[in-house]
Design a protein around this ligand. Sequence first.
Ligand code: SF4
Length: 118
Amino acid sequence: MYWRILQVESEKVSNWRSQAACRGVNPEVFYPEEFTNGDLQEAAFVYCRKCNVTTECFVSALEEEDLRRGIPGLGGSIVGIRGGKSAKTRWLVHQGRLTVEQALNLPIPVYNIGMKTK
Ligand code: SF4
């Protein structure tokens, strides 16, 4: 898979997690209850927009989700914001409706806190 190639590339960046803009941030910020709630997503996207390892993070999420699908009991749950992308975007990649490259080229959304989105 294309993201496996990217994964190998991403491993060349030693310890990319140490470069994450969200280091030390409560992980719950990245798991909004409703992935359609822009206000909740914005709390995570604000970190992703200033992060230098969004590609590595996104590829890592795809890889983890791919592995989980093969583990009984864990199922194929795709949740949370990773690499500046929503769970829905990653679901589209897993479904083959969006390529990894297309997903990576999507801009990180900007929501105005307080505005309701669908
Ligand atoms: S892209 Fe977002 S979720 Fe991923 S490491 Fe960076 S700030 Fe954290």
